[in-house]
Design a binder for this molecule. Structure first.
Ligand code: B12
Length: 242
């Protein structure tokens, strides 16, 4: 069963606008996206929902078209540009919610060395930003040394590693080993196309998640446990959310 979405079901009119965003990404139609975004903003619609149910849903469809060889890399690049056009318009209108559990809120995030995919990483970043975390974004193709350097400097932050390429997974495992040695107080989560919560844990991380919202929930659960216990034990080191 999918975890509940953090927004109510859209109204029929909202649904039409979400479909326009989705179609705009799939058809890399930046003009259509701009026009739908303007209407969404003018209607004071939930822009957070619009990003996930419209733009990200469109990119999921693009992934499917790539898998069945209807789309190739040039289309992917244009779809990504279209998605970012919408994201840049909608992001400033997201309502922030910094309330909730009293926990340390320093996060570092990056896509692992060799991986230039950054849409998923940026979605995860946005969700943590919106929840009041201070996020240091190291971007894509981030070296192991940079991850470790920032983790040590920030003293036990939450570390989020994004990896979309199966060929980069061994590098994520190497990074996790190094982080556990050099920044032992940090909580580490890995995620991406081929890294679900169980994979992340079997690679040595403390937790993982299949999407940005679950990542936030899981991170808050682990950070709260650390707050209570002082460190995260193997027993707590289990994903609670699919
Ligand atoms: C768009 C895309 C591209 C774009 C990326 C644009 C950009 N700025 O990111 C471009 C065209 C550049 C690209 C390039 C390539 N790509 Co590409 N790409 C994709 C595609 C279609 C969609 C990815 C995406 O953005 N999804 C939408 C976002 C929102 O979802 P997401 O990334 O999965 O993120 C969510 C979760 O995974 C999770 N998450 C993500 N990070 C993290 C981190 C943590 C800590 C947690 C908890 C969760 C989490 O939360 C996110 C939000 O909910 C995927 C297919 C797919 N189905 O994933 C292929 C895919 C990832 N690409 C693939 C490949 C092979 C390539 C290329 C090698 C192609 C080529 N021949 O050149 C190059 C890679 C170059 C490199 N060195 O990295 C393969 C990888 C296969 C594999 N076995 O590794 C895929 C899976 C396609 C496929 N089915 O073959 N790609």
């Amino acid at each position: 069963m999918n975890p509940p979405k953090p927004w109510p079901d859209p109204s029929p009119v909202d649904g039409v606008l979400l479909s326009s965003l989705k179609k705009g990404v799939v058809e890399y139609d930046e003009v259509a996206i701009e026009s739908a975004c303007l209407t969404i903003i003018n209607r004071s619609m939930d822009t957070y929902m619009a990003i996930f149910e419209g733009l990200v849903a469109g990119m999921d469809e693009v992934g499917r078209l790539f898998d069945c060889q209807e789309y190739f890399v040039p289309e992917l690049l244009m779809c990504a540009d279209a998605l970012y056009t919408g994201l840049n318009m909608l992001k400033p209108h997201i309502k922030h919610n910094a309330g909730g559990a009293k926990i340390k809120r320093d996060v570092i995030i990056g896509a692992i060395e060799g991986d230039i995919h950054d849409i998923g990483k940026n979605m995860v970043k946005m969700v943590f930003d919106t929840a009041g975390f201070t996020v240091l974004d190291m971007g894509r193709d981030t070296s192991i040394d940079r991850f470790v350097h920032e983790a040590v400097k920030l003293e036990s932050p939450l570390i989020l590693v994004s990896c979309m390429m199966s060929t980069c997974k061994p590098r994520v495992e190497k990074l996790i080993r190094k982080l556990k040695k050099d920044a032992p107080g940090a909580i580490i989560m890995a995620g991406g196309a081929f890294i679900g919560p169980e994979d992340s844990i079997s690679m040595g991380a403390h937790g993982g998640a299949n999407n940005a919202h679950s990542a936030l929930r899981e991170a808050i659960r682990m950070l709260s446990a650390v707050n209570k216990m002082g460190s995260i034990s193997d027993e707590q080191n289990k994903p609670s959310i699919p």
